[in-house]
Design a protein around this ligand. Structure first.
Ligand code: ZN
Length: 632
């Protein structure tokens, strides 16, 4: 766009953005179907043998346009057996997870995990099935027609593995049971077909449904997890309302806990006889539960409670309203891991707050949006990392006297995720973000992609479309796509809509390739009263360019070149004078522009001083008069 058209265009733009705000299309309602699996489970735990008996009924509704002749269940616990794919993967990958390494290969008979199916019926009739590693393959007697609901009744026995990764018994902090991925779970079938991924230790994808669990366990155990307890007066253990009389119904030394969880795609529980249990009711009525080991790091757990509320308040405002009535922060597992309405975290750490913010923020991207995070881990880990870095910064300001500085081109937005991503990009081992999480060559490269580059996708988008549109899009994305499994195109389309810009190129380069961004300030040459500036596109990925020119009298100007293929430009983000130049066609390796002041008055020319653009070489982003003078 040329200079003459700017005034007119920005007026038009503001009208356009008004119109957009009033009439955002909601593609999620008419472009996507999804299956539904409602679970009813009764489970009895034997805390001596660490084995349990389970009965499960799933009402499964086929909302797809396809007739299904088979279904698949995940049997995650079978991964914890010597020779499993998870075991082999961990022993052969160059940089194994230190928690796993060769530990699975050394598990004894009473330490392995398993799910042994003893019976499976479809609408009351036995069906043929085969256990293949961590997947149960079921050949149906009768196909499930589009729109039909069938019932699967299963009886199974399970053994809880010694804690290796995520789930298990007796973790290193002495928590008896971290029960994640513990029940036979229907695999998801979506517009891409079945996703019966083998469990080798990474990400998850599940079918939404209503869950009901009756869990019978030794009466001394305190239980926490996904779901609302329906019988607190028969349980106690801190679940009863204040002043409520508890009438424990102990049968054979055990209590039966009755949980329900609406609209979740997984169900985790944890249990330990020494859990301290505290509750905090937020101003909006959401109840936060904290369960942790008596006598360990108690002071920090106490401090954590009000800060978790602060985190939820910020998340509700900026990332979408948390839709459940409860969230539980539970000591267990082997690090930090997210589950619907809950998290398992190790409890003796100094970083209790950081891990709680991250894992609870997953409830937005993993729990409620529920993208296929095995296939698009960056849409979960990346967006979660981005959001948690903002929450952490917010809490830092709220809990100290530090004044929030005025927004400038130097400090606007965040660089969330850049450190990890840039290291990986420079390592030469980077793989595209579109890689399935299980199939990266290196664990470290996977993390840099999913957490780092995924967070950059979101923080850098603030640079591309402006922080305001990005923030608006974050809320719009959540509201349009909650409970609908959005994919990379779905999220991008929301940001196209809120910004009015064409962004297909952003995913095409940043998600599907490893092409890198590198812009440089080239020549800065005086020509009488003018100064001519050349910018170079050194990297292969094109981006719009913010250039800030600082003059020796202290004044600043923002010069902006949109990419031509964006079909528009982002609004000004600060009150600095901004000059919008003709847009930059991606084919052109250089860009020349002039300013109407002599070079003697120019102090510096800097590309993206905010650093939000994940430029692989920031050294060449700056030209400074001072440097030249020093050289003379
Ligand atoms: Zn995470």
């Amino acid at each position: 766009m040329n200079l003459r058209r700017i005034a007119q265009a920005s007026f038009l733009l503001s009208i356009c953005s008004l119109a957009l705000a009033q009439n955002l299309a909601d593609r999620s309602s008419n472009e996507r179907w999804q299956q539904r699996a409602n679970y009813y489970m009764e489970v009895e735990m034997d805390v001596e043998s660490n084995q349990f008996f389970g009965e499960q009924k799933i009402d499964y509704t086929n909302n797809s346009p396809d007739e299904l002749n088979q279904v698949f269940y995940h049997l995650y616990f079978n991964a914890f057996q010597p020779g499993s794919m998870m075991d082999v993967r961990s022993r052969t990958i160059a940089d194994p997870d230190r928690r796993v390494r060769d530990r699975i290969s050394k598990l004894g008979e009473d330490e392995i995990g398993y799910q042994k199916i003893t019976s499976l019926k479809q609408n009351g009739t036995d069906v043929k099935y085969e256990v293949v590693g961590t997947v149960l393959e079921v050949q149906l007697n009768q196909p499930i027609k589009p729109g039909e609901t069938v019932t699967f009744d299963m009886v199974w026995n399970g053994q809880v593995p010694l804690q290796i990764r995520r789930s298990g018994r007796d973790n290193r902090e002495g928590i008896r049971y971290s029960m994640a991925q513990w029940f036979p779970k229907m695999a998801e079938y979506d517009y891409q077909g079945w996703h019966a991924d083998e469990y080798i230790g990474r990400e998850f994808y599940g079918v939404w449904g209503d869950y009901e669990l009756k869990l019978t366990i030794d009466k001394d155990y305190v239980v926490g997890g996904t779901g609302y307890l329906q019988n607190p007066q028969e349980i106690g253990h801190g679940y009863e309302d204040e002043g409520q009389t508890v009438n424990q119904k102990v049968v054979n030394g055990k209590l039966t806990w009755h949980f329900v969880a609406p609209d979740v795609h997984d169900f985790m529980w944890a249990a330990d006889p020494d859990y301290l249990h505290n509750k905090l009711t937020m101003k909006n009525g959401i109840v936060l539960h904290f369960l942790h080991q008596k006598g360990q790091n108690e002071e920090n757990w106490e401090k954590l409670r009000p800060l978790t509320e602060m985190s939820f308040e910020y998340a509700n405002e900026y990332f979408g309203q948390y839709p459940y009535k409860q969230f539980s922060v539970i000591q267990g597992g082997d690090g930090g891991m997210e589950y619907p309405m809950s998290t398992l975290i190790t409890g003796q750490r100094g970083s209790l707050l950081g891990v709680t913010i991250h894992e609870s923020m997953h409830d937005w991207y993993h729990g409620v949006l529920g993208s296929n995070e095995a296939l698009h881990p960056w849409m979960d880990e990346g967006f979660t990392s981005y959001a948690s870095s903002r929450i952490s910064a917010h809490i830092r300001y709220e809990t100290t006297d530090a004044e929030k500085p005025e927004t400038t081109m130097e400090n606007i937005g965040s660089r969330s995720g850049q450190g990890g991503y840039l290291n990986s990009a420079k390592s030469g081992r980077e793989e595209a973000l579109s890689t399935h999480s299980d199939h990266y060559e290196y664990n470290g490269i996977y993390s840099a992609a999913a957490y780092g580059k995924g967070a950059v996708w979101m923080s850098q988008l603030g640079y591309v479309i402006g922080e305001e549109a990005r923030d608006k899009g974050l809320l719009e994305y959540f509201n349009q796509w909650k409970f609908k499994h959005p994919n990379p195109n779905d999220v991008l389309r929301v940001f196209e809509e809120v910004s009015g810009l064409e962004l297909d190129w952003y995913n095409e380069y940043f998600v599907y390739t490893t092409k890198q961004i590198d812009y440089a300030v080239g020549e800065v040459v005086g020509e009488g009263e003018k100064t001519n500036i050349t910018l170079n596109k050194v990297g292969k990925m094109p981006m719009p360019v913010d250039v800030v020119i600082t003059y020796k009298d202290g004044t600043k100007e923002v010069h902006y070149m949109a990419l031509r293929m964006m079909r528009g430009e982002k609004p000004a983000e600060t009150n600095d004078k901004r000059i919008v130049h003709e847009d930059w066609p991606w084919t052109n390796p250089t860009y020349n522009f002039s300013i109407d002041r002599p070079i003697s008055e120019v102090a510096s020319v800097v590309i993206d001083p905010s650093g939000r653009m994940a430029d692989i070489d920031k050294e060449n982003n700056k030209w400074a008069a001072e440097k030249l003078e020093n050289k003379k």
